[in-house]
Design a protein around this ligand. Structure first.
Ligand SMILES: [Zn+2]
Ligand SMILES: [Zn+2]
Length: 118
Protein backbone atom coordinates (compact mmCIF):
# COMPACT_ATOMS: atom_id res chain seq x y z
CA UNK A 1 0.00 0.00 0.00
CA UNK A 2 1.34 3.40 -0.89
CA UNK A 3 1.40 5.98 1.80
CA UNK A 4 -0.06 8.86 -0.04
CA UNK A 5 -0.86 12.00 1.90
CA UNK A 6 -4.47 12.54 1.14
CA UNK A 7 -6.14 15.78 2.11
CA UNK A 8 -8.01 15.79 5.39
CA UNK A 9 -11.30 15.10 3.65
CA UNK A 10 -9.91 12.14 1.70
CA UNK A 11 -12.11 9.06 1.98
CA UNK A 12 -9.16 6.75 2.62
CA UNK A 13 -7.78 8.86 5.45
CA UNK A 14 -11.21 9.21 6.91
CA UNK A 15 -11.71 5.47 6.91
CA UNK A 16 -8.29 4.78 8.35
CA UNK A 17 -8.86 7.21 11.18
CA UNK A 18 -12.33 5.82 11.83
CA UNK A 19 -11.03 2.28 11.87
CA UNK A 20 -8.47 3.23 14.47
CA UNK A 21 -11.10 5.09 16.49
CA UNK A 22 -13.46 2.14 16.34
CA UNK A 23 -15.95 4.31 14.45
CA UNK A 24 -16.51 6.22 17.64
CA UNK A 25 -15.93 9.86 18.51
CA UNK A 26 -12.52 10.17 20.17
CA UNK A 27 -13.35 13.20 22.24
CA UNK A 28 -12.33 12.66 25.84
CA UNK A 29 -13.37 16.02 27.21
CA UNK A 30 -11.99 18.54 24.73
CA UNK A 31 -15.50 19.80 24.36
CA UNK A 32 -17.34 21.12 27.40
CA UNK A 33 -18.62 17.71 28.37
CA UNK A 34 -16.26 15.45 30.28
CA UNK A 35 -18.24 12.45 29.04
CA UNK A 36 -18.23 11.03 32.55
CA UNK A 37 -21.43 9.11 31.90
CA UNK A 38 -19.80 7.21 29.08
CA UNK A 39 -16.46 6.36 30.66
CA UNK A 40 -14.66 9.57 29.81
CA UNK A 41 -15.11 9.26 26.11
CA UNK A 42 -17.85 10.43 23.85
CA UNK A 43 -20.24 7.60 23.04
CA UNK A 44 -21.26 8.82 19.60
CA UNK A 45 -20.70 6.26 16.89
CA UNK A 46 -20.59 7.17 13.26
CA UNK A 47 -23.34 6.03 11.00
CA UNK A 48 -21.80 7.43 7.87
CA UNK A 49 -19.36 9.88 6.48
CA UNK A 50 -21.53 12.90 7.00
CA UNK A 51 -21.84 12.76 10.75
CA UNK A 52 -18.23 12.32 11.83
CA UNK A 53 -15.27 14.57 11.23
CA UNK A 54 -11.58 13.94 11.42
CA UNK A 55 -9.31 16.60 12.81
CA UNK A 56 -6.10 16.90 14.81
CA UNK A 57 -6.42 17.60 18.53
CA UNK A 58 -5.44 21.19 17.79
CA UNK A 59 -8.62 22.33 16.14
CA UNK A 60 -7.42 25.85 15.48
CA UNK A 61 -4.93 24.91 12.80
CA UNK A 62 -5.57 26.39 9.40
CA UNK A 63 -6.94 24.11 6.70
CA UNK A 64 -3.53 24.02 5.09
CA UNK A 65 -1.85 23.04 8.36
CA UNK A 66 -4.53 20.44 9.03
CA UNK A 67 -3.96 18.86 5.67
CA UNK A 68 -0.31 18.38 6.61
CA UNK A 69 -1.06 16.60 9.88
CA UNK A 70 -0.06 12.94 9.57
CA UNK A 71 -2.91 10.48 9.56
CA UNK A 72 -1.73 8.99 12.86
CA UNK A 73 -2.40 12.26 14.64
CA UNK A 74 -5.91 12.73 13.40
CA UNK A 75 -8.85 12.04 15.67
CA UNK A 76 -12.46 11.18 15.06
CA UNK A 77 -14.91 13.84 16.19
CA UNK A 78 -18.65 13.83 16.23
CA UNK A 79 -20.20 17.04 15.01
CA UNK A 80 -21.27 18.26 18.42
CA UNK A 81 -17.92 17.64 20.15
CA UNK A 82 -16.03 19.14 17.24
CA UNK A 83 -18.10 22.29 17.33
CA UNK A 84 -17.88 22.72 21.08
CA UNK A 85 -14.22 21.85 21.33
CA UNK A 86 -13.42 24.37 18.60
CA UNK A 87 -15.30 27.06 20.48
CA UNK A 88 -13.53 26.12 23.69
CA UNK A 89 -10.08 26.17 22.09
CA UNK A 90 -10.82 29.48 20.45
CA UNK A 91 -11.81 30.97 23.79
CA UNK A 92 -8.72 29.54 25.45
CA UNK A 93 -6.56 30.97 22.71
CA UNK A 94 -7.98 34.45 22.99
CA UNK A 95 -7.58 34.28 26.76
CA UNK A 96 -3.96 33.27 26.24
CA UNK A 97 -3.39 36.11 23.84
CA UNK A 98 -4.85 38.50 26.40
CA UNK A 99 -2.55 37.02 29.05
CA UNK A 100 0.45 37.38 26.79
CA UNK A 101 -0.36 41.03 26.37
CA UNK A 102 -0.62 41.39 30.12
CA UNK A 103 2.70 39.66 30.74
CA UNK A 104 4.40 41.70 28.08
CA UNK A 105 3.13 44.84 29.74
CA UNK A 106 4.23 43.67 33.17
CA UNK A 107 7.64 42.78 31.88
CA UNK A 108 8.13 46.20 30.40
CA UNK A 109 6.98 47.77 33.65
CA UNK A 110 9.32 45.59 35.68
CA UNK A 111 12.14 46.45 33.42
CA UNK A 112 11.62 50.12 33.88
CA UNK A 113 11.06 50.14 37.63
CA UNK A 114 12.88 47.03 38.73
CA UNK A 115 9.90 46.31 41.01
CA UNK A 116 6.60 44.67 40.32
CA UNK A 117 4.25 47.44 41.29
CA UNK A 118 1.26 45.13 41.08
ZN1 LIG B 1 -18.38 13.32 20.43
ZN1 LIG C 1 -16.91 15.58 23.56
Amino acid sequence: MRTHRTPIVGAKTWEAVMNRAGWQCQCTGSCNSKHTKTGGRCHVLTGGREDMLIAPSDLLLSDVAKARVPEGELLAWCDSCHRQATTKQRKAQSAETAMDGLFALEETTNHGLGVNAL
